[in-house]
Design a protein around this ligand. Structure first.
Ligand code: ADP
Length: 549
């Protein structure tokens, strides 16, 4: 498995959680997984096995040191200790200090690193070289996001006749199609790939080369992280110009919902919480809410204990719908709720939250930064969790929220649509609150609906219990990945066909919502025009689509 990030080594977003939990779930099924990622600044390799290697790029080579292959690493990744299982997870770190020993994974305050194309070409090629040097043929090479997209390209070109790697099956997972891994066409030569790839049928994408395109075009199978997102990315609205490339591989594309690590995110055992709780005993949740208020610097008293608390943990980008929140700020602040927001990202958005907290010091706390403990406290201690994303390939936070009885308020897109059932539209099965329209008015109306429900304690508790009882573990999804690795059919629907249901979604398809739901076929029709939407999202892409997640 090739990934630019994986817990516990490096994390900027959900991919790191997936790249840690999926291998462990595969190991529980008896598979041996090697996870290859860069050795970024701060990752301690003392006492680990090291092996120097020269990574070939045509006639040139680049020196690296591989760290890993030791029991210590397996433990850190959390090898599944299932009786009778022969599975294991090993992490291998690619050490190339000039490329990876930096402040930040993909960028720093000045923006994306200019050499991201080469950095992740090296990761992809080095992962394959590691397998080659070991001399053991892997069953499959699985790359995650554009940073690993070139692995499939190497496999299908310069390594096609390699005795170890020739003909090895490749799988590519799109975690977010908004990031394209663009680099100058000349780099194709520098990274040892054939000049023939400087062509639209190869890596060329509007005058640049794209590592994302490489992964999509050259892999044997493509997955993305929810059934709905698999359909969405074949439309101009969500395709970011790649909809045609994706559609050309639709026969080999499946949407498999991410799972969550149910050990790390467990209200009964979470070490970050002052007290634990379950769906039969909510006392610990109330204590956690009090602790959250105190930790966030808000008044913690009987008034704030009773007032609904809305939490957010997010990268601060337009993708996540923060423009809608900003537009609706006055109306949202007029509601009787407390807000705790944790995140970092775009400057305007950080400033927006800092200003809001300054204007409403009794009711709004904003923490700019990355804080694992606060993230857990928010998931557990809040009453509601807000994710009004314009698009959301899968989203993990809404699943963490469900598990902690913190009811999600989401926009009906991608994995959010697949995992949350609206409690008003479907009272018997509802687990949260959902809206379609990408508008401030729809957001406000849905928050109002959620707060109204909060006022009805009996109903609220029953929705919480239902949400907490859902199974979002990796076990089901890992089995689907195995089918993809083996080249077989998966149980999830292929895009363009009838709706594929996510776990927690009704058997008939997607989780229900107010105002009727769209089928895969008319998904285009319910969106605003592609031009308008693209304009709205352009700021998300501008200058960031080579590296930042
Ligand atoms: P994305 O991958 O698009 O950022 P996801 O919902 O899939 O969104 O995953 C985000 C992950 O990153 C979650 O585990 C979330 O808790 C975590 N996260 C995001 N921002 C922060 C932050 N500021 N501090 C701590 N954890 C964060």
């Amino acid at each position: 498995m090739i990934t630019p990030e994986a817990r516990p080594y490096a994390k900027t977003g959900g991919l790191a959680d997936v790249a840690a939990a999926l291998p462990q779930a595969l190991a529980r099924l008896g598979h041996r997984v090697t996870v290859v990622l860069p050795r970024y600044r701060g990752i301690d390799t003392s006492g680990l096995t090291s092996r120097p290697a020269a990574i070939p790029f045509g006639a040139q080579s680049y020196p690296v040191v591989f760290y890993g292959d030791s029991p210590h690493f397996s433990q850190k990744m959390g090898t599944a200790g299932v009786m009778g299982s022969t599975g294991s997870v090993t992490a291998v770190l690619v050490d190339a200090p000039d490329l990876f020993d930096r402040d930040g994974l993909y960028n720093n305050a000045a923006g994306d690193f200019a050499d991201n194309g080469f950095r992740f070409a090296l990761l992809s090629r080095a992962a394959l070289e590691y397998a080659r040097l070991r001399g053991r043929r892997p069953s499959v090479v699985h790359g995650h996001d554009w940073q690993a997209g070139l692995a499939a390209v190497y496999l299908k070109t310069v390594l096609a006749g390699d005795p170890v790697l020739g003909g090895v099956r490749s799988v590519f997972t799109i975690h977010n199609l908004a990031f394209h891994g663009l680099f100058p066409l000349d780099l194709i030569r520098w990274i040892g790939l054939p000049e023939s790839l400087r062509h639209p049928s190869g890596l060329e994408f509007y005058g640049n080369a794209s590592a994302l395109k490489g992964g999509i075009v050259f892999s044997d199978a493509i997955t993305t992280v929810s059934p709905t997102y698999a359909r969405e990315i074949m439309t101009p609205r969500f395709g970011f110009g790649f909809e045609g490339v994706v559609a050309s591989r639709s026969a080999d594309l499946v949407g498999i919902l991410n799972g969550i690590d149910t050990d790390t995110w467990n209200p009964s055992t979470d070490p970050y919480l002052p007290d634990h709780f379950s769906s039969t005993d909510f006392k610990g949740k109330a204590q956690t809410k009090a602790a959250l208020l105190a930790y966030a610097g808000l008044p913690s008293n009987t008034t704030t204990a009773a007032r609904p608390l809305i939490g957010l943990v997010s990268r601060l980008t337009n993708q996540k719908g923060f423009d809608l929140i900003a537009e609706a700020a006055d109306e949202l602040m007029a509601l009787d709720a407390t807000w705790v927001m944790l995140g970092s990202g775009e400057r305007w958005c950080e400033r927006f939250w800092v200003d809001l907290a300054a204007r409403y010091p009794e009711r709004v706390a904003a923490r700019i930064g990355f804080d694992e403990k606060l993230a857990h406290l928010i998931e557990a201690g809040a009453d509601l969790f807000l994710m009004p994303s314009h698009f959301e390939p899968c989203g993990l936070n809404q699943m963490y929220s469900l598990r902690y009885g913190t009811l999600p308020i989401v926009r009906a897109t991608g994995g959010l649509d697949d995992t949350v059932i609206d409690a008003d539209a479907d009272p018997a099965r509802g687990t949260g609150f959902k809206f379609q329209d990408e508008s401030a008015a729809a957001l406000v109306a849905t928050v109002e609906r959620a707060l109204e429900s909060y006022g009805n304690t009996r109903r609220w508790k029953s929705i919480q219990r239902r949400a907490m009882a859902e199974d979002h573990s990796w076990d089901v999804s890992a089995r689907e990945y195995v089918k993809v690795y083996e080249g077989g059919r998966t149980d999830v629907q292929r895009p363009g066909h009838a709706n594929g249901a996510g776990r927690g979604a009704p058997a008939s398809g997607r989780a229900g919502g107010p105002g009727g739901e769209a089928s895969g076929e008319d998904i285009d029709g319910i969106r605003k025009s592609a031009d308008t939407d693209r304009r709205k999202l352009r700021s998300d892409r501008r200058g960031r689509n080579t590296g930042t997640r």
